[in-house]
Design a binder for this molecule. Structure first.
Ligand code: HEC
Ligand code: HEC
Length: 197
């Protein structure tokens, strides 16, 4: 988790710069500007560490922000950020980002052979809830295809060791998948990072 620590210290500087701005901004669009420094314009992030939030369902985004605020996830930075806003503001952000087009970051590297294997795993174990390779807002289940590699890796690791709570059914599927194939997380992350269906 050394990389996680490095990301954390870099992000802290950005967050401190932004927190001043976030005090007196009322509209949904203005609120979203405070996220852009890390998540990109209108939530379309670049790089492999910060997840895109463009096109996430409002329900998912609001739940995620509440979980960060209440320390129910173990993020590098979002817990500090979420604490600076009210639930009403989360709702405003949710409606703003839901209205944006989903963004796939196609500049990331991935292993083609691993991605092909990962696709099979996804279709077998995950596609029921994560429709269309996991980019459908109505699923209320975040974004998988085209999302940031490190974020996906941490998310899976955090689900697996119980740091981040997950649906019972997903837990079962992940357990089953890992039993069949110890490399499954690596394969499936390469598939998502490929951004392909
Ligand atoms: C300083 C950089 C930074 C800023 C500013 C920032 N974020 Fe984040 N955000 C992150 C990182 C990094 C993650 C991954 C979790 C972590 O490690 O904290 C993340 C994760 C998220 C997630 C979870 C995505 C998912 O798929 O589960 C949501 C939602 C989110 N941020 C919303 C926001 C909103 C809304 C704002 C503006 C109010 C914001 N963020 C501002 C860095 C930032
Ligand atoms: C029974 C439905 C279900 C199944 C099956 C399922 N998931 Fe999920 N998944 C969800 C839900 C719901 C969430 C949102 C959880 C939350 O609120 O944090 C989620 C979230 C995620 C996230 C975090 C996304 C983000 O943007 O933070 C990842 C990564 C993920 N799932 C991977 C998988 C993988 C890999 C599989 C297959 C092995 C899988 N899921 C199977 C329902 C499911």
């Amino acid at each position: 988790m050394i990389r996680k620590t490095i990301i954390k210290s870099t992000l802290l500087v950005a967050a401190i710069a932004l927190s001043v701005q976030s005090q007196a901004v009322p509209s949904a669009e203005a609120l979203s500007y405070t996220c852009a420094g890390c998540h990109g314009t209108n939530g379309a992030s670049t790089g492999d560490a910060i997840p895109s939030i463009a096109g996430l369902s409002s329900t998912y985004l609001v739940d995620a922000m509440k979980a960060y605020k209440n320390d129910e996830r173990d993020p590098t930075i979002m817990n500090r950020i979420a604490k600076g806003y009210s639930e009403e503001q989360f709702e405003l952000m949710g409606s703003f980002f839901e209205a944006q087009e989903v963004h796939k970051n196609r500049d990331q590297t991935f292993d083609v052979a691993k991605a092909a294997k990962g696709k099979k795993l996804h279709n077998k174990y995950c596609s029921k809830c994560h429709t269309d390779a996991g980019i459908v807002a109505e699923d209320d289940a975040g974004q998988l295809s085209g999302n940031a590699k490190l974020f996906l890796q941490y998310s899976l690791a955090d689900f697996h060791d119980g740091t981040r709570s997950q649906e019972k059914k997903m837990k079962k599927k992940i357990k089953k998948m890992l039993k069949r194939d110890k490399e499954a997380f690596d394969l499936i992350v390469n598939y998502y990072v490929s951004g392909k269906k």
